[in-house]
Design a protein around this ligand. Structure first.
Ligand code: PXG
Length: 454
């Protein structure tokens, strides 16, 4: 396989590979980009182009590419015990060690892990087990989950239903029953003349209205990403999450933080809920848990929920063959060791995040940029036709796509969601690489503006 040229590979790909989140007909005409190698914050494609990956793979390669320690741990675990299940009164040592390590890292009393292969499956797990939690306490009707429009919680039937992406709901008969959505906090698009904190409270109280409309005795949980990632890094005002927490406590609605993107350092703290000042009852983990080196997800439950599931839950009729896979668990442990011992999260928070924020604000000066928002190491540049007004481009996505393609020609992977250019580099990005990112992004903005005749 290694000897095939790019054109042949692209032809085979077009013939045999259905790509997720792609218009496959359009992609087949254009040809996929084939990545061959990664080191630190850079990847190389089959044409030999070196690209600065401001997307960290897909929000996941937190410790950067090419860490041999992870490969060594995976090889050693495969040789010793490649697989064993956690179903039939068994498990493996790395699985136990990872559960204990996560309990120590996670804030508050989130002390219990249920392992999956992905974030989507972790959210499906939460949907089932939280409903079970209420049901075994004699409240089977307390089963509705409230999510948010434009939220992203994965792609399985449960995950995509909890999420609020209209395009996803349009395929496959979603959302499934018992899931409601409220409008999310997006101050730039929706805040009008309100101060951000005033708006944050107003946005949070949409949850209270929804709970009262449905009846608190029917609402099982609220789920949200601390910072909404996939929709375009929508960062809530500081007042939002504490008010959400107050509302959840008042009506005894469980608070689920989907930390798939925010977890493991992305916002500058280990978990996004720590950055935004709230304590979830349940937490979704994936991506940065292994820095993307192997697939792994986890649902973390607090003592209250896990206590009921353990004492009253009976046999949990749920799980995947690979729940707690020993090789994935060993790699996760090694990833967490590196993140911890090399103080990667602290360094990112104290040294890189402030510098990145400063340079990101400079990009915000560009005439095409309506807002440059950033939280730790996740940010967005909202491209607009007129900097003085917040109105979007009429044909959403065209300008963002143009800017993304130009950035790529400059050697920068900058992801676009509609007309927002997103930033989520590996946490190990250096100041020099931040400068490289800035220069390339500025050139891409300049060229985009030129092409628009601005
Ligand atoms: N929750 C959140 C907050 C996510 O961002 C998932 C759950 C699902 O995880 P898995 O491992 O099942 O993919 C995600 C995944 C994008 C994009 O376009 C984002 C994700 C996945 C695919 C595309 O930004 N995030």
């Amino acid at each position: 396989m290694g000897s095939l040229d790019t054109r042949t590979l692209q032809a085979l790909d077009a013939a045999h590979h259905l790509h997720p989140f792609n218009d496959n007909a359009a992609l087949a005409k254009k040809g996929t980009r084939i990545l061959t190698r990664g080191q630190g914050c850079h990847v190389w494609d089959a044409e030999g182009n070196q690209l600065l990956d401001a997307f960290a793979g897909l929000w996941c390669v937190n410790i950067g590419y090419g860490r041999r320690e992870l490969a060594a741990v995976a090889a050693a675990q495969m040789e010793q015990l490649a697989y064993y299940n956690s179903f039939f009164q068994c498990t493996t040592e790395p699985t136990i060690a990872l559960a204990a390590q996560l309990a120590e890292l996670a804030p508050g009393d989130l002390n219990h892990a249920f392992f999956t292969n992905s974030g989507s499956e972790a959210n499906d797990t939460i949907l089932r087990l939280v409903r079970h939690f209420w049901a075994v306490q004699g409240q089977p009707e307390k089963s509705i989950f409230i999510g948010r429009h434009n939220g992203y919680h994965g792609t399985t039937m449960g995950g995509a239903s909890l999420g609020g992406m209209k395009a996803m709901h349009g395929q496959g008969g979603l959302p499934i029953a018992g899931i409601e959505h409220i409008d999310p906090p997006f101050w730039f698009g929706d805040g009008g003349e309100l101060e951000p904190d005033e708006y944050g409270l107003l946005a949070a109280r949409r949850l209270e209205r929804k709970i009262l409309e449905l009846g608190p005795e029917r609402v099982a949980a609220f789920i949200g990403e601390p910072v909404m990632g996939a929709i375009g890094v929508h960062i809530p005002p500081p007042s939002y999450w504490p008010e959400i927490e107050r509302i959840c406590r008042q009506y005894d609605v469980l608070l689920v933080a989907d930390e798939v993107i925010c977890g493991f350092g992305r916002t500058g703290q280990w978990f996004g809920c720590q950055q935004f000042g709230f304590q979830p009852d349940v937490m979704t983990l994936a991506k940065g848990i292994t820095s993307g080196y192997l697939p792994l997800g986890a649902a973390m439950f607090n003592d209250r929920v896990a206590g009921v599931l353990k004492e009253q839950g009976g046999e949990l009729a749920h799980g995947c063959t690979y729940s707690g896979h020993p090789v994935c668990a060993a790699v996760a442990l090694e990833n967490l060791r590196i993140l911890g011992e090399e103080r990667i999260v602290e360094h990112a928070r104290e040294d890189i995040a402030p510098y990145l924020a400063q340079r990101w604000a400079e990009l915000g000066e560009h005439p095409l940029v309506g807002e440059a928002r950033i939280a730790g190491l996740m940010g967005a540049l909202e491209l607009v036709p007129d900097k003085r007004s917040r109105a979007p481009f009429p044909d959403a996505g065209r300008v963002g796509g143009l800017c993304r393609d130009i950035a790529l020609r400059h050697g920068l992977i900058l992801r676009a969601t509609a007309d927002a250019m997103l930033l989520e580099p590996p946490l190990v990005i250096s100041r020099a690489q931040v400068d490289e990112l800035f220069d390339k992004a500025w050139s891409a903005l300049q060229e985009t503006a030129q092409m628009l005749g601005k």
